[in-house]
Design a protein around this ligand. Structure first.
Ligand SMILES: Cc1cc2nc3c(=O)[nH]c(=O)nc-3n(C[C@H](O)[C@H](O)[C@H](O)COP(=O)(O)O)c2cc1C
Length: 347
């Protein structure tokens, strides 16, 4: 791993401008969604310095002080350019006290770009607007996306069943959700879940979507602070390397198919229907310490989606972004070869 976070000079041209790039003041219509344990300053700054938007995840830090240090570090690494904070709302009672504290802390540090996730972001959105910020709410269903729009979200990200992490209870794919969203939402729409190649970005832009949210594809970048052995394992993964578990608890989680995930799936098949039945298998600190920290990829529930199949090497984040943009441009150029007579504006 290197300490590189990219630099403004290294940025490729900005071929695509959308409502999302204007809203977030970014060069490219690419968002790096918040990653539990992994959206740390070097990674978030690398996204920002590559012309995208990244979001620190406050829950990844042991204390408000540690999160405060991360905010300062990120500001330094981006040279003062705006970066974002992810506010993930938990469904369990009392699980969100820290979220409001983190929001206030981020605002006090000058952060004005937010990604919210989970249900009922209304109060967070109101507070962010009061402070002059912008917020994209990430939802896994159109119903929740519409509710967030009504709550005032400036943009919505829809994530389909291909998403690494929590793709929600619905089983609808990214492409379908994105196409439906365009008819139903007025605010800018980003789409995520399974996006790992520029030809998918081209397809989204051709559909009229304003941007893509990526996570899994970016996990192999140098700036992600996970053990090299884990990243080397990821590079070798294909599209069958992940598994969705915990559907029976109404909290589907898409993770790396490893020894822990196999045990969880087996307990689910055997009838486990509450969290206690899984013991410490779901303890995400094990993922942090064993998998990310020591590179023992068989241990812990490591959020991951099938877009990892597109990753073939460990490289700087800026290089991945440049590749995605070049692939998208090439795919759009390729359309000239299949186009015949224009249909005359048929929608
Ligand atoms: C390792 C990992 C951790 C994640 N943690 C969070 C999180 O804490 N909060 C959140 O809103 N989304 C989280 N996500 C979802 C991502 O922000 C993003 O929506 C997702 O990765 C996009 O789908 P993809 O993985 O198919 O690219 C996580 C995803 C991964 C892969």
């Amino acid at each position: 791993m290197t300490a590189s976070t990219g630099s403004a000079a290294a940025q490729p041209p900005a071929p695509f401008a959308t409502r999302l790039t204007r809203l977030f003041g970014i060069a490219h219509p690419l968002l790096g969604g918040g990653l539990m344990w992994l959206s740390r300053p070097r990674y978030v700054a690398a996204l920002v310095n590559a012309g995208c938007m990244g979001f620190l995840t406050p829950r990844s830090f042991d204390s408000p002080d540690a999160f405060g240090e991360a905010l300062v570090q990120c500001r330094v690494l981006t040279g003062g350019r705006p970066f974002g904070v992810n506010l993930t709302l938990a469904s369990r009672p009392g699980g969100n006290d820290g979220v409001v504290t983190a929001l206030e802390q981020a605002l006090a540090h000058g952060v004005r770009h937010f990604e919210t996730a989970g249900q009922g972001p209304g109060e967070l959105i109101a507070r962010i607007h009061e402070a002059g910020g912008v917020v994209i709410h990430k939802a896994s269903s159109l119903r929740h996306a519409l509710a967030a729009e009504r709550d005032g979200a400036d943009a919505v990200a829809l994530v389909g069943m291909e998403e690494g992490g929590h793709p929600g209870a619905n089983e609808l794919p990214t492409m379908l959700l994105g196409a439906l969203a365009l008819d139903r939402l007025r605010v800018p729409v980003a789409v995520g879940g399974g996006i790992g190649h520029g030809r998918q970005l081209a397809a989204l832009l051709a559909m009229g979507v304003d941007g893509a949210v990526c996570g899994s594809r970016l996990l192999v970048c140098e700036e992600i602070e996970a053990h090299d052995a884990y990243k080397r394992h990821l590079v070798g993964c294909d599209e069958h390397a992940t598994v969705a578990v915990l559907r029976t608890l109404g909290n589907t989680l898409c993770v790396l198919r490893n020894a822990t995930a196999e045990l969880v799936a087996a307990r689910e098949r055997a009838g486990a229907r509450d969290y206690a039945a899984f013991g410490d298998l779901l303890d995400s600190r094990i993922t942090r310490d064993r998998c990310y920290g020591e590179g023992d990829w068989q241990r812990g529930m490591a959020s991951l989606g099938p877009a990892i199949a597109f990753a073939d090497r460990i490289e700087p984040l800026a290089d991945i972004v440049a590749t995605l943009l070049a692939q998208a441009s090439a795919a759009l150029d390729g359309l000239d070869h299949v186009r015949r007579t224009p249909l005359g504006g048929r929608p």
